[in-house]
Design a protein around this ligand. Structure first.
Ligand SMILES: [Zn+2]
Length: 202
């Protein structure tokens, strides 16, 4: 999977319209045994869902995603918009919004939130659990960005507020730069193939 910090769902068409002749020069193959640079050609496209919040309404978008083939090792890879988390339909911005509501001290009842976003309790707890798995790495990231000091061990609510303190692709881009993997990557048990990531940061 390739992430490019210039590519979001709103401008994804730029990638779809790009020809092999215009090149994929800046992308390196995510296969660790290959890493060939600029060695891709278009392979196929597929439809992926991305649920976003637009004007306070949930929108389930169907996005055409481009798959590229590496001419060196013959593996294929896809280019994901920055908002997309592998295996999840909800955009990372929406996940943080849900987390900020769930952890809000004013505390809307979770049932009300579930109603508002037409989702289920279970999903919120899944997000909370996954967030907890990433908690330590997020704290390290926020410390490195001086959003909190070394002694601080902020509670989830504060961490979510820090994550929402700058416009997207923060904190995903910073997390990817440091960890070479997307935030909230949570692999389904059914996935057996190796996950390989490549990044291009402008
Ligand atoms: Zn390759």
């Amino acid at each position: 999977m390739l992430y490019d910090n210039r590519i979001f769902y709103k401008n994804y068409n730029e990638i779809l319209q790009r020809t092999d002749a215009e090149g994929w020069d800046y992308y390196s193959c995510p296969n660790p045994e290959c890493r060939a640079k600029g060695c891709f050609k278009r392979y196929s496209t597929y439809i992926r869902h991305l649920v976003i919040l637009e004007d306070e309404n949930l929108e389930d978008l169907e996005i055409e995603i481009l798959r590229l083939k590496c001419l060196s090792c013959k593996h294929t890879t896809n280019i994901l918009p920055m908002e997309a988390i592998p295996f999840w339909q909800y955009s990372i911005t929406l996940v943080f919004l849900i987390l900020s509501i769930v952890t809000s001290p004013k505390g809307q009842a979770i049932s009300k939130i579930a109603e508002d976003i037409e989702s289920s309790f279970q999903l919120f707890y899944v997000y909370l659990r996954i967030f907890n798995e990433y908690r330590d790495k997020l704290i390290l990231l926020f410390r490195s960005l001086s959003l909190c000091n070394r002694e601080e061990n902020p509670p989830i609510r504060t961490l979510v507020a820090m994550a929402c303190s700058k416009p997207p692709p923060f904190p995903q881009e910073d997390y990817m730069r440091t960890n070479r993997s997307p935030l909230f990557l949570h692999r389904r048990n059914t996935v057996s193939y190796p996950l390989r990531f490549g990044f291009y940061f402008d």
